[in-house]
Design a protein around this ligand. Structure first.
Ligand code: 1DX
Length: 184
């Protein structure tokens, strides 16, 4: 994944646990890159090892860390100069989740080594939708839960999330049943 992802993991861990803890986690992961370059691609293994080492060192399940990371990501990217791309995707929670594939296609024009997941919506009503998520990567459904929570905060929209189809349990792809209440 692009270094931007590892940079966000790093910033989150440093902010919540301090610089010394980050150094220990990086060493435990066997990652000796002095500094990640946001616009350079890295093997996925680097990210997975960092999350695994953080999970062990902090005694927190990897899924919890992935969820926290997902929640952090949207605000992080907005702050790091990708606010325009985010704004392009939509101005409401529903609009945004319906345009995630467009957003990734747009990013991929400039960064061709992007391997974006695919998101699509079915059963859209005034207050609910079913979000489908398909990825080349495994084990990241908890991150998607965090991403959705982050979007809910960004758009001031209360959301509920039910993981109704789980690829880790043999489903073809992950599905989330989402309820939402936009601001009055
Ligand atoms: F709900 O792969 C809200 O490297 C969501 O299954 C979900 O393959 C927002 F410059 C610049 C760059 C860089 C901008 F090239 C990425 F570095 C992308 C910014 C998306 C904002 C996907 C990151 C693929 C890297 C992937 C989980 C899970 C998608 C991470 C979240 C808005 C982004 O993101 C999986 C890669 C961006 C960029 C957004 C992603 C890769 C998402 C969301 N993905 C790189």
């Amino acid at each position: 994944m692009y270094g931007l992802v590892n940079q966000a993991v790093e910033e989150l861990v440093r902010a919540q646990h301090g610089d010394a803890t980050w150094d220990l986690i990086k060493a435990r992961a066997g990652v000796d890159t002095p500094a990640f370059v946001g616009m350079s691609p890295y093997p996925d293994e680097v990210t997975y090892r960092l999350v695994g080492a953080a999970s062990e060192h902090l005694g927190v399940p990897a899924g919890d860390l992935l969820e926290a990371f997902g929640e952090y990501w949207t605000l992080y990217t907005a702050r790091k100069g990708y606010g325009n791309i985010l704004a392009l995707a939509g101005s409401t929670f529903v609009d945004f989740v319906q345009h995630l594939d467009h957003l990734h296609a747009h990013v991929a024009m400039s960064f061709p080594e992007l391997r974006p997941p695919s998101f699509w919506c079915t059963d859209v009503t005034d207050g609910s939708l079913r979000l489908h998520y398909r990825s080349t990567r495994e084990g990241l459904a908890p991150m998607v839960v965090g991403l959705l929570r982050g979007l809910g905060k960004m758009f001031d929209t209360a959301i509920t999330i039910e993981h109704v189809a789980d690829r880790a349990r043999g489903a073809d792809h992950d599905e989330f049943q989402i309820g939402f209440t936009p601001p009055a």
